[in-house]
Design a protein around this ligand. Structure first.
Ligand SMILES: C[S@@+](CC[C@H](N)C(=O)[O-])C[C@H]1O[C@@H](n2cnc3c(N)ncnc32)[C@H](O)[C@@H]1O
Length: 462
């Protein structure tokens, strides 16, 4: 999108202009919505109400891309439309279809203004024509789509293969509940360093600072942020809390840490779980790896901010080849290993809507191979009697239960240690197999999978 200087000046205070630039960047330039929002809100020229509208427009349009295109298509068929103008039209009809209280004439006037200022007069006329035509025509009906997968794909804006992968695991009604929940505006969650009692104190301090927060139902140290940019709070800068999804906060305590173990966090960036694990290890040591040096810096920064660096070692390394010993040999070394594996991220589709349109079945197959190579190596690094906690933020069986089945089949010395009901606040997250599956529609969090395995103690093998 070419940003014209006069457009930049004239549109500086306009929420829709800022929203459009972000929508376009995510739709056509591989930008990440959550990153753009965080950067924008940190120095927003808009007031609080417009900031909220901006987030609503950004996520609403990105989350409903297929539906908006289905509605828009008859009005632009056969016309060559520039990508940024497509984003502008999607954003405009989103306001008409999904937001009340915005009058048609205001939607048209703002869109035409942007089209003229960032394009030219004729483009303004084109946008004006398309929108006026759209507004006086009844909305196209989704009921005409008779194929279930196709209808769900367009109604909930998600690739058909993901719909099918979910239909293979759930009833259609449950799949629709899940997909509907992905259309909500995501919220931010944070984890307090310390105990549930510390959480109470931090929540009181945040409320005194003007933040609206509530206690997580899922995590005893989790906080849900209802309004305000928590990163600017005193508690955040003092290292009393960190941003982390509530379901991801379940992982660290499942390693049954007593506080003095030698622990490996094999894929640790940006450090949500590493900071949690380190806070549970006052007398132990944590080795945190990530293949990306740049991302590992974030782990370092998060540990430093939370004053947790002293018993942590960081290495930029491919975890599937990492050797802790000086002679380079792989040996059983760790009491606990956390493998929060690289995955297709389908549990994050609410927060990162681009995942709904870009991930492919081939990605899942390729990632499952990577996960196996990482698991193979983790088995060699784990001490007899030690625990391996495997987790992902995705929803496919292939990257979750099937990987655990692979380990159990391949390595008879590994066994499953089922997660018990008294280890979680909400027993409905437990599966029959003793794993955790948090689905995005259950608590409005990210979707998550966690399984716990153990290398059998030596005496069992004798
Ligand atoms: C799901 S994220 C980890 C999130 C992290 N555990 C947290 O709680 O913040 C997966 C991470 O694995 C890293 N990664 C991918 N392949 C890897 C490999 N072979 N060895 C080590 N890290 C790897 C990625 O760079 C990414 O940061």
């Amino acid at each position: 999108m070419k940003l014209k200087e006069r457009a930049k000046q004239a549109l500086q205070g306009k929420v829709r202009w800022h929203a459009l630039q972000m929508i376009y960047a995510v739709e056509y330039k591989q930008a990440y919505a959550n990153v753009l929002v965080d950067e924008f809100l940190a120095q927003s020229p808009l007031n609080e109400a417009d900031n909220r509208l901006l987030v609503q427009l950004l996520y609403g349009v990105l989350q409903r891309r297929y539906t908006l295109d289905f509605y828009l298509q008859p009005f632009i068929a056969g016309r060559k439309v520039e990508p940024w103008v497509e984003s502008l039209l999607r954003m405009s009809i989103f306001q008409k279809v999904y937001l009340d209280r915005i009058p048609d004439h205001a939607i048209v006037a703002e869109a035409v203004d942007i089209a003229k200022l960032n394009g030219h007069r004729a483009l303004g006329n084109f946008v004006n024509g398309v929108l006026r035509n759209f507004f006086r025509t009844p909305l196209r009906s989704l009921a005409d789509l008779t194929d279930t997968t196709e209808r769900l794909s367009i109604q909930y804006s998600i690739q058909p293969w993901i719909v099918d992968a979910l239909l293979a695991q759930f009833s259609q009604a449950e799949v629709e509940r899940l997909l509907e929940s992905l259309l909500q505006t995501p919220f931010v969650s944070a984890r307090v360093k310390g105990t549930p009692a510390d959480r109470e104190q931090v929540m009181q301090d945040l409320k005194a600072e003007g933040y609206q927060v509530s206690a997580s139902e899922l995590s005893p140290v989790g906080i849900r942020v209802l309004s305000g940019n928590i990163v600017e709070s005193a508690a955040f800068s003092q290292g009393q809390l960190t941003i982390q999804d509530e379901s991801s906060q379940l992982v660290a305590p499942l390693g049954q840490l007593h506080g003095n173990e030698r622990v490996l966090d094999a894929c640790s960036a940006p450090g949500g779980k590493a900071t949690h694990i380190a806070s549970l290890l006052p007398g132990g040591e944590l080795t945190a790896l990530d293949i990306s040096e740049r991302k590992l810096q974030k782990v370092h920064d998060n540990l430093a901010r939370m004053d947790l660096l002293d018993h942590v070692q960081l290495f930029a390394s491919d975890a599937s080849k990492f050797t802790p010993s000086k002679d380079g040999s792989s040996q059983a070394f760790y009491d606990r290993i956390y493998l929060d594996a690289p995955c297709s991220g389908l549990g994050l589709m609410r927060r990162k809507p681009d995942i709904k349109y870009t991930k492919t079945p081939a990605d899942v197959t390729a990632l499952a191979k990577v996960q196996d190579r990482l698991l193979d190596h983790m088995v060699t690094l784990l001490k007899p009697g030690g625990y391996l906690v495997y987790s992902t933020c995705t929803l496919t069986r292939e990257e979750n239960e099937a990987r655990v089945a692979y380990v159990l089949e391949q390595y008879p010395k590994m066994e499953k240690v089922e997660i018990q009901a008294d280890e979680v606040l909400k027993p409905e997250v437990l599966t029959e197999a003793g794993d955790i599956r948090v689905w995005p529609q259950q608590f409005g969090t990210d979707g998550f999978y966690i399984a716990r395995l153990r290398k059998k103690p030596l005496e069992v093998n004798n």
